[in-house]
Design a protein. Structure first.
Length: 261
């Protein structure tokens, strides 16, 4: 585990900012099937602490299923996943989900709770934190995502972009070692996409270990340390963005880029 602050800036982050813990992740020969349908085939991927990995590829290629395996919303058939060198398949799923956060396309906020309550609930219910301490931490996380002034708003009174920021603050509040993002800007109105992407880029710069499934090729090119291209359940190509976007090797990646760029 790497204590961030030091990682990318060379000095500790200011005391007032919530700390980031950056874990490593390694996927080894992962197979996953829904019944008869083989969805992940021999997936291997190494994610270094404090790096951003973008996963791109056509719809149905298995991107969401890969993320779901990484926090055990679904169970793989074979292979292993190591979080900081420790197999997650031996961990209790509830415990693992404190260490690996996830943000979804449709925010999944509780509609009857305010923004700050949505962030606090994870802390009081899952972490068993006292209310006053949870409120303090939730306030800090909301201000990190630029929503301190909206703490007492319910989700219905927030824009999609603001709701997604609350969801990100909620994931961050658990102090995960890795955060998974599954097409988190796909449901947003176009003018709201940039704000959320900027927030994610900022998180990456602060040294969070992130795996980001995205259709935003500009984001992948600019922010990713590595890009993995998936097709039909396999990682067909993986490398730094300059290689993936400017010098694709496989015909399938070339075709995919021709369609999306
Ligand atoms: P992506 O996120 O790249 O679009 P998914 O991981 O969602 O891909 O889906 C991969 C394949 O698994 C697709 O063929 C999809 O239809 C299938 N699939 C996804 N979820 C389920 C499920 N819950 N049950 C059965 N098949 C599923
Ligand atoms: Mg998906």
């Amino acid at each position: 585990l790497v204590e961030v602050g030091e990682l990318k800036t060379g000095k500790a982050s200011p005391a007032a900012r919530p700390a980031i813990k950056a874990g490593s992740l390694e996927v080894r020969d992962l197979d996953m099937a829904y019944g008869e349908l083989q969805v992940l085939k021999q997936i291997s991927l190494k994610v270094e602490p404090g790096t951003v990995t973008c996963v791109i590829g056509p719809s149905g290629s298995g991107k969401s299923t890969l993320l779901r395996c990484l926090n055990r919303l679904v169970e793989p058939k074979a292979g292993d996943i190591l979080l900081d060198g420790e197999s997650i398949l031996a961990m209790k799923p509830e415990k693992l989900r404190r260490r690996v956060g996830m943000v979804f396309q449709h925010f999944n906020l509780f509609p009857n709770h305010t923004a700050i309550e949505n962030v606090m609930l994870a802390l009081t219910r899952i972490k068993g934190m006292a209310g006053s301490q949870a409120r303090h931490l939730a306030e800090a996380q909301l201000s990190e995502v630029g929503l301190a002034a909206r703490a007492d708003y319910r989700p219905s009174r927030l824009s999609g972009g603001q709701q997604q920021r609350v969801a990100i603050a909620r994931a961050l509040a658990m102090e995960p070692e890795v955060i998974l993002f599954d097409e988190v800007t796909s449901a947003l109105d176009p003018e709201l996409v940039k704000g959320v992407l900027n927030l994610m880029a900022d998180l990456g710069r602060r040294g969070m270990t992130m795996i980001v499934v995205t259709h935003e090729m500009g984001f992948a090119r600019k922010v990713a340390d590595q890009v993995a291209f998936m097709d039909e359940g396999r990682i067909v190509e993986v490398g730094p963005p300059a290689e993936i976007f400017d010098a694709p090797k496989s015909p399938r990646l070339k075709q995919f880029l021709a369609e999306v760029l």
